[in-house]
Design a protein around this ligand. Structure first.
Ligand code: SF4
Length: 430
């Protein structure tokens, strides 16, 4: 597909009147997902004065350590207070133990400005009340250190909900201000944030705050003048909490690909009455660079079939990018859940007739996938290896959350993440 200059925004939609215009298969069977603790991997890199203390088991500790790796050159900013058998059996006072560990940690690490107590399956099973624990610890340590808490438990979540829960825990402590401002919600790599900030500056749009901030202690203000622009589509609870504090949501597609990024920026520009001319001037150099870079991958991907399993909650925006900007055919687009408030703008851009599925019944979905023989399957780590062994090319959906993929300069990188497994599979089969 040829990408036209962005003089015609907002983008052409497919005008699904409502979700029933699309075929949505709802499944409530067995699922394959990581838990919300995974979010610590990217959140601890983002907020550099924060520490994440998981209150959990050795399994939780192993998950975080294997996902985040070991920090060799810096002191780690995450850890696990391991609940032992005595805690789990109720023989020890887990609150006392927790207080002792927090004391030790904060004494040893004066650089910590915000401490997140992160609940897990085991802490929830023994009904350890981390909200009460943070209240108690705040009395001792605030204002030097702010203690917040959220749950990363995997019982009912998908892994990106860990970020939703973390940001949600910060909303009540955001300072109040009714001054007009734009809040970009959802963690972005610093390099992407800087690119967006430069584009907003060129449009004369601001002040702009990014949430989460780079330092958890520098909380953005919130109030009636705050307009919310979502950078990530998995923040259902956070958005509703921000709205309940007076902010207004600017519904928009997400900034994936050239088209998504243009629509996203244009949503903010319209809310600030930026003229079309100023908008075009601001984005034109980035758009033309991105088109040249993306074209190469469009040639590799066009006409190929993609099957997306539900995992990260990024599936619908990704599918829109793969179909509209890379020319791919969507066999099935699975997503853990569909939140209409956050997803309508994206659903409107999917090709008419896209097979959407919500939730999962993993064996049935695997059968559909095998039968369709897609060129690439986007799925969680647990499914990727078996499918690779069956000769299918896969892309780990978690990699898409860890990588900087938003914005113009990353559009080609995003396409490359899908082109690479196809190339590898080609080399393996010749
Ligand atoms: S929070 Fe639950 S699902 Fe996640 S690692 Fe710990 S025990 Fe496992």
């Amino acid at each position: 597909m040829a990408l036209e200059p962005c003089t015609e925004v907002p983008v052409q939609t497919n005008n699904h009147k409502n979700i029933s215009d699309l075929s949505v298969l709802k499944e409530r069977g067995q699922r394959e997902v990581f838990c919300g603790l995974t979010g610590i991997v990217w959140l601890h890199r983002k907020m550099q004065d924060a520490f994440f203390l998981v209150v959990g088991s050795r399994t939780c500790a192993h998950l975080i350590q294997s996902a985040a790796g070991v920090m060799i050159f810096a002191e780690p900013r995450f850890g696990t207070a391991i609940l032992g058998e005595r805690d789990l059996a109720g023989l020890a006072d887990a609150n006392e133990e927790l207080d002792r560990i927090v004391d030790q940690l904060l004494e040893r690490r004066p650089d910590i400005g915000t401490l997140f107590l992160v609940g897990s399956c085991p802490s929830e099973v023994i009904k350890l009340d981390l909200a009460k624990a943070s209240e108690r610890l705040n009395q001792k340590f605030f204002p030097k250190v702010r203690i917040l808490n959220y749950s990363g438990s995997g019982i009912e979540t998908t892994f990106t909900q860990g970020e939703d829960a973390c940001l949600g825990s910060m909303v009540p402590v955001l300072p109040r201000s009714d001054e007009p401002s734009l809040m970009v919600v959802g963690s972005l790599a610093d390099v992407v944030e800087d690119q967006f900030q430069r584009l907003f500056d060129k449009m004369g749009l601001g002040p702009v705050y990014f949430f989460p901030p780079r330092r958890a202690a520098s909380l953005p203000p919130i109030g009636k003048g705050t307009k919310l622009l979502l950078a990530q589509p998995f923040l259902s609870d956070t958005v509703r909490s921000l709205i309940s504090r007076g902010a207004t949501l600017l519904p928009s597609p997400y900034p994936l690909g050239i088209e998504g990024t243009t629509a996203w920026l244009k949503t903010a520009a319209n809310a600030w009455n930026v003229s079309d001319e100023q908008f075009e001037q601001a984005i034109a150099p980035s758009v033309s660079r991105a088109k040249v870079a993306l074209d190469r991958y469009h040639q590799v991907l066009t006409g190929r079939k993609a099957f997306l399993f539900p995992d990260s909650q990024l599936e619908i925006p990704l599918a829109r990018f793969l179909s509209r900007e890379c020319g791919m055919e969507l066999v099935e687009v699975g997503t853990p859940y569909i939140d209409r408030l956050l997803m309508d703008q994206e659903i409107n851009l999917l090709p008419v007739g896209t097979a959407l599925s919500e939730g999962q019944d993993v064996e049935k979905q695997l059968d559909r996938c095998r039968e369709a023989k897609p060129d690439i399957t986007v799925c969680g780590l647990g499914l990727a290896n078996p499918l690779e062994a069956e000769g299918m090319a896969t892309k780990w959906s978690i990699e898409l959350v860890f990588s900087p993929i938003q914005g113009y300069d990353q559009a080609a990188d995003l396409a490359e993440l899908f082109a690479r497994p196809l190339e590898r599979r080609k080399r393996l089969t010749v």
